[in-house]
Design a protein around this ligand. Structure first.
Ligand code: WT7
Length: 652
């Protein structure tokens, strides 16, 4: 890896000259400002970037750390920040460009976005009784109405909780129950690879039995037949036409919640990560401007789904807050062929393109020569997110897609950080393949030694931490203060004070560049999505024949990591692989979580490597899955002979 990292790509001069942060000297000046006068720095940008209803009077209050408050006394509405304030100068500018799976297109101007969001908000308010603080679950495909729904919630001060459309009815039910949502917004279904798929039946199943949900609003996208539950389900198209385009925005306090987004942790059920209004929208906009350097007439495309944080911050909130044009794509990048994204880049003259390494690997593998077939000269910035990008994928992205001219921004962040925290600045930061480079201005990100709390030396691995609260930091785990403190502020202390720990390991190189090395906990990164081993284990345990299970990640060529499970059956005569049982177990996972959590490999074993205190040594299981020799001391295991038995089962 370090060999591949040697080349330093100098940013394109012409491009750098007009960038918002032009060079490392400007970067360092900003970072020095933040270091010396943290509140002055953030106060300055909050004043400059946010259209306040009432100005704030304090910048940061950390007296109740880790519960931190930003911009106290300030009042605003995030939908105004994303829409209304642009109407004077940009009402005819495209806010959203939508392209459907089958190539259908729609351009939505800021004026039209305003009208649609206001109608949507009026519908939520007048027809469903949604009020400030209510939770609304959004279970939607990638269509403009998903963005309208988010912004309509923001307009009313309701808290949205988007559940990715790939999650199962069980997963949806859990999230609805945890958030106690009163309304679900969904669609009949949508299209994928020119075929309709369904969402509404999943909602129906999730709402069976006791549910806090009173109303389900259904956007008709694919027109397939669905069941309508009398009194509960309503058609969006019927109601929306009756609504006025005027809906007064609810004026919110800076720290009023904006949304929840459930994400996997190393233990237990997914947690509802809470983001609040002012700090989140400020950082969404600032990072959008700094990291993608989107200019007034640029067209920006992020290929994520709104079901993940990337879709929240970098398809909807960030681009709209800065008044940019954001592309929303319903389809999959390899359909009808692996040239689809490049065809779209050519057609819309996309200037910034943002995707995940897993997508780059698939596009590379399936369509090495596709980029050459299109005019990609409009591209200036190419972004990646979700996992470390491997050098071959980086090289192809840089050379074949970017024509060795674009800045690659390897953006490191998480659901909890709200926006990027470590990333190159395009045109300013000399880039190295596979390197997220430096903390963004204002972010006090450091790699610390978990034992001493000191910054680690170059080449020594440590824990990726943020030592001061920042505006877009997670504000809480919904309904669970203890879990919030324990999950993020329990592991590392710097100078005796708890700091935010990301859960990732990282390392500095000799030039101070940061490389993220991956999770230090039991979280697997499958195609850039986080999956908790505990969640997958809980699903597998529902199989009545299963006695015990341990799940680990195993490197996978395309997905980054695949899910590898070791299962002990109650009837322990089964060892090695078993097609039928594997199918049964994967079916349960599909029902409990969704297709994204299916196991790539399940091995039936007679035992698990446990310490005498009963702790499963996952490190050994990871090594066996990879086919590596076991280097750690196994003499402390309760039964050292189990290692060889497991190896035999894997190799049969
Ligand atoms: C985890 C966060 C942030 C949006 C997508 C995923 C990994 C994210 C990078 C990167 C190396 C990365 C980390 C992180 N990760 N970006 N550029 N390089 N690793 O959001 O589901 O909250 O997952 O993704 O492990 O903790 P998420």
């Amino acid at each position: 890896m370090s060999e591949m990292k040697k080349p330093v790509y100098k940013p394109n001069r012409e491009f750098a000259a007009s960038a918002r942060i032009k060079n490392m000297c400007e970067y360092e000046t900003l970072q020095a400002w933040a270091t010396e006068d943290y509140e002055g720095f953030w106060g300055h940008f909050a004043k400059e970037k946010i259209t306040w209803q009432t100005p704030f009077d304090t910048v940061m209050d950390e007296s109740d750390f880790p519960f931190v408050k930003w911009f106290g006394g300030g009042r605003l509405n995030v939908s105004v920040q994303c829409i209304d304030r642009h109407l004077q100068t940009r009402k005819n500018k495209a806010a959203i460009i939508f392209e459907g799976d089958r190539g259908d297109k729609q351009t939505i101007t800021y004026m039209e976005l305003h009208n649609s969001v206001n109608r949507f908000a009026n519908m939520l308010k007048n027809e469903f009784g949604v009020r400030k603080g209510d939770r609304v679950v959004i279970y939607m495909p990638m269509i403009p109405e998903a963005a309208y729904a988010m912004l309509a919630c923001a307009r009313l001060g309701a808290i949205h909780s988007i559940v990715f459309g790939g999650f199962s009815a069980e997963a949806l039910r859990d999230r609805i129950a945890d958030a106690q949502a009163k309304v679900v917004i969904t669609a009949d279904g949508a299209y994928r690879k020119n075929k309709p798929y369904m969402l509404k039946p999943v909602v129906d199943k999730a709402l069976e039995g006791d549910t806090p949900v009173e109303k389900v609003c259904v956007v008709e996208r694919n027109g397939e037949e669905i069941v309508w539950v009398e009194g509960r389900d309503v058609s969006y198209s019927d109601l929306i036409v009756k609504q006025s385009i005027h809906c007064e925005p609810e004026i919110m306090e800076s720290e009023d919640p904006l949304f929840l987004l459930y994400t996997s942790g190393s233990t237990g059920k997914p947690k509802g990560v809470q983001h609040n209004s002012a700090g989140y929208i400020l950082w969404a906009q600032m990072t959008m401007e700094w990291v993608f350097d989107v200019k007034e007439s640029d067209i920006y495309w992020c290929t994520a789904d709104v079901g993940w944080i990337t879709g929240h911050t970098y398809i909807v909130y960030g681009p709209l807050a800065m008044g940019a044009t954001t592309v929303m794509f319903e389809g999959v990048p390899t359909y009808p062929d692996a040239g689809r994204p490049w065809k779209m880049v050519e057609e819309y003259r996309i200037n910034q393109f943002y995707t995940a390494p897993t997508a780059i690997r698939v596009l590379h593998k399936m369509g090495n020569d596709e980029p050459k077939k299109y005019d990609l000269s409009s591209l200036k910035v190419l972004g990646t997110v979700g996992e470390p990008i491997d050098p071959p994928a980086w090289k192809w992205y840089y050379e074949d897609v970017g024509n060795s001219k674009c800045a690659i921004v390897d953006t490191y962040w998480q659901t909890e950080t709200g926006g990027h925290i470590v990333s190159p600045l395009p045109g300013a930061t000399p880039i190295k393949p596979g390197c997220a480079t430096f903390p963004l201005p204002g972010i006090m990100a450091e790699i610390l030694d978990p034992k001493t709390g000191e910054k680690v030396e170059a080449g020594e691995g440590g824990y990726m931490c943020v030592t001061r609260p920042w505006p877009a930091m997670i504000r809480g785990v919904w309904g669970d203060e203890e879990r919030f403190k324990k999950s993020y502020f329990g592991d590392v202390k710097k100078e005796g004070r708890a700091v935010y720990f990301t859960g990732d390991g990282a390392v500095y190189d000799e030039d101070g560049y940061i490389t993220i090395t991956g999770r230090t906990d039991d979280v697997i990164n499958v195609s850039g999505h986080r999956m908790g081993t505990a969640e997958v284990e809980a699903a597998i345990n529902k199989h009545e024949g299963v006695a015990e299970v341990a799940v680990v990640g195993k490197p996978h060529d395309l997905k980054g990591e695949g899910i590898f499970s070791y299962v002990i059956m109650k009837n322990d005569t089964v060892t090695g692989r078993n097609m039928e049982l594997t199918k049964e177990i994967n079916n349960i996972i599909k029902q409990e979580i969704g297709n994204i959590a299916l196991c790539d490999d399940i091995v039936f074993v007679p035992g698990l490597p446990k310490t005498r205190s009963g702790k499963i040594m996952r490190r050994i299981l990871r090594a066996i899955a990879k086919g590596e020799a076991i280097t750690q001391d196994i003499s402390t295991l309760e039964d050292p002979s189990v290692v060889e038995k497991i190896q035999n089962a894997v190799n049969t």
